[in-house]
Structures are given as structure tokens and as C-alpha cells.
Write a protein that binds this ligand. Sequence first.
Ligand code: UDP
Length: 240
Amino acid sequence: MTRQIKYQRVLLKLSGEALAGNQGFGIDPDTVSSISREIVKTIDLGAEIAMVIGGGNIFRGVTVSSKGMDRASADYMGMLATVMNALAVQDVLEKMGADTRVMTAISMHEVAEPYIRRRAIRHLEKKRIVICAAGTGNPFFTTDTAAALRAMELKTDAILKATKVDGVYDKDPVTNEDAKMYNSLTYLDVLKKQLKVMDSAAISLCMDNNMPINVFNLFQKNSISRVIKGEEIGTIVQGG
Ligand code: UDP
């Protein structure tokens, strides 16, 4: 069963906004259900999935700190927001019959397991979906960087960056009708052209460790499974 897939183990990065659906903030249960259904299909393919979920639908440290709050405190609040999202996704995945573990970079034993790399790998080997929450556990970082870090630690074959658009464009496709999508890019292209794939810390980490990033539309039917099976959809970012 596992022979038909390109990526055996993946790190799926979901932004917090992906969970908000059309309401733009908070958690939309219907959206979380439809995303979770896609994720469960990939487990049925035999893939191992680790996830990093953002928190921007609830709280973004940098936005609040620009209004006067201490940046580190605001970032800790942002990290706590990612835990709320992780618990929401876990709940829905488990109701669909998937086996999951939330692992947090900030210890909160009553709520979830602490992130321990070797335990996370063991969970993946047992085909449990590992949801990595609380980012890197450090302020001044983002969940994109957390995704790059966890992908490296867990030795995933790629990062799947799920977005609301089909891939990486030369300009914002929502506001520019003539925006062109790239099929493939190098890490250096992304850094030089300042393309909005992931922040530069995350891209540099992926470049130094040769971790491919596949950016694709989360809301296209079967998109996660299609990427895992090796279909070339979206934009792939890799070495030159
Ligand atoms: N955050 C942080 N350290 C991390 C990851 C996240 O301080 O390692 C905080 C930061 O304030 C960020 C917020 O958590 O704004 C939510 O994460 P992010 O903005 O990456 O979420 P996304 O844009 O993916 O929804």
C-alpha cells in the first residue's frame, strides 16, 4: 500500500487562518471537518503525518505588540493560540477515527504531551497523527519556522504548506488578475524575490537542510493525498 506514495512521511503546515473559513477569525467547525477529512485520507494511503498549526486566526504576537504590548508576552499568547487550534483539529480527527497526539513545545501536561522528538517519531511509526503545537516554544519565531524545525527533527520527506491559493505567485493573486504561478522555485529565488512562501528563517533552514516545500491549495479536492502520491500540483521549492 505504501509503494504508491511519493512522500512516506510529511510535515503538514496549516495556518491558523485556514481553520477560520470565510469568517476570517476563530475556528469554523465545518472548515475544520473538511480539512480533517482530507488528512484522514492520507493516513489511509499509509503516509505518516506530523502537523504544525498556526495561530493567526486567534492571536498574532507581532500585530498586538505593534500596539504596545511586550513582544515576548504577545508571542507567548500566540503560541497558546496554536494549542487551541491543535485541540480543535485533534477533536475532529479523533471523531473521524484517526489516532492522534498533540505534543506541545510549552509543557502543559494536563492538556497534551510535551514535545519529545523520539516519542514523536515513535507515534509517527505507529501511524498516529502528531500535531505539534505551541510553535518552537520561543517568542520571536513563527509557526513556519516551527514547521521547518520539526520537519528536520522528524526527518520528513517534505513540508506540505497548505494555503488558500494554488501555489506561489509573482504577486498577490487575490488582488492581481495577471499574477503568474511558479511551478518550481529554488530557495534562493524565494529569498531574493521575497516571495511569500514562508518567512526567511524557515526558508533558510529548509535550504541548509535540503528540505523540499510543496505549496498547494488546501481547498482543492484531495489535494493533500494528491501531493503525497506524487502528483505535481502547486509550487515546489527545492535546491537549484
Ligand atoms: N509564535 C511564537 N513562536 C513560535 C511560533 C509562534 O512566538 O515558535 C507566536 C507568534 O506570536 C505568532 C503566533 O504565535 O504570531 C501565531 O503563529 P503564526 O503567526 O505563525 O500563525 P499562522 O500565521 O500560521 O496562523
